[in-house]
Design a protein around this ligand. Structure first.
Ligand code: SF4
Length: 323
């Protein structure tokens, strides 16, 4: 059987409701038939998710000085990165950002803070701020606050949080290479807690950190086992001052293969092309939205600038999709 037919057969199995096996996913991630793979991932996406693209805006509401040592992260206190560091923003400033995100056309607003876990005083301020956003702005509110307890996750649910972001970041077999202050299972635990508490789960990872193809498949399957509603796929943007500052870019084809194969692994999730989109795609991610992705972050990332929302919304319309 030729390779294109192999890819189409797996796609047809998925359209009929079957799951892809680990071995087949690994084979697809090495294929030379990138165009066919992308077309099939797009067909799966359209079949399970229609033509809608989920557009989200992030706010880095507390930046830097994180005690964890994630090697890719310029917000870690272990490295001397020249980012703007600041404590938790006040309620008014955050509500204004949520209003601006809504005006710009975003459907979700994600409030992100660099903590291992939030101190109690900050956590209560965050809950008050979210209550205020829910009163003032018609937008989905998501948060990313580090490790969670069940009780805190319930409090977030009670004030109106829709989705909690907690990425696995790397596969279990590669995790010790990217972080030493916590382990993979710590991350899995919080992901499970937020689901148990009734929040939706946003859980993804980063590729291009020196991992093998097999480890990208492992990461995809580990994420899928948590049944997240949303999966952000980030591509490393090497940050000055971090241990990964000299990491060589992975190829655009490798990125597209990973997006497509993660779509084969997770046919129904929102698969969001996240950090690194503008850096790694000369077309701003148009091909990614035709290769399995059905979401994007607009307006910039935590420590890296991004496109203006108006530019991204225009691109989405131009390729026949909508928000
Ligand atoms: S990725 Fe998160 S936990 Fe790790 S250093 Fe950065 S802010 Fe801290």
């Amino acid at each position: 059987m030729n390779e294109s037919q192999f890819i189409r057969d797996i796609m047809n199995d998925i359209l009929r409701g079957s799951n892809i096996s680990f071995d087949d996913a690994e084979a697809l991630l090495s294929t030379d038939e990138v165009l066919t793979l992308a077309e099939c991932a797009n067909e799966i996406t359209r079949s399970f998710n229609s033509h809608k693209v989920d557009v989200e805006t992030l706010l880095n509401a507390k930046s830097g000085n994180c005690p964890e040592d994630c090697s890719f992260c310029s917000q870690s206190s272990h490295y001397s990165s020249w980012i703007n560091k600041y404590p938790l923003l006040d309620k008014k400033a955050i509500v204004e950002k949520a209003e601006a995100a809504k005006r710009a056309g975003a459907s979700s607003f994600c409030l992100v803070c660099a903590y291992r876990e939030p101190p109690e005083n900050d956590f209560q301020r965050i809950c008050e701020t979210i209550s205020e956003i829910k009163k003032m702005v018609d937008i989905n509110v998501n948060v990313s606050l580090g490790f969670m307890t069940y009780d805190r996750a319930r409090e977030l649910k009670a004030v109106g949080v829709k989705r909690y972001n907690h990425n696995l970041e790397a596969s279990e077999s590669y995790f010790a290479k990217i972080c030493r202050t916590h382990d993979f299972q710590n991350r899995v635990r919080t992901a499970k807690i937020v689901k148990d508490a009734g929040l939706e789960l946003c859980c993804g990872g980063i590729i291009g950190m020196g991992e093998t193809i097999r480890q990208r498949v492992e990461l995809g399957f580990s994420i899928a086992s948590l049944a997240p509603e949303e999966v952000p796929l980030n591509i490393l943007v090497a940050q000055k001052g971090t241990p990964f500052q000299d990491t060589v870019h992975i190829s655009t084809d490798d990125i597209l293969r990973t997006i497509s194969v993660w779509r084969f692994i997770m046919p129904t999730t929102i698969l969001k092309i996240a950090g690194g989109r503008e850096v790694h795609f000369s077309d701003q991610g148009r091909t990614a939205l035709r290769a399995g992705a059905n979401g994007l972050i607009t307006g910039g990332y935590l420590t890296v600038d991004g496109n203006k929302a108006s530019k991204d919304l225009q691109m989405i319309r131009e390729i026949g999709l909508h928000t």
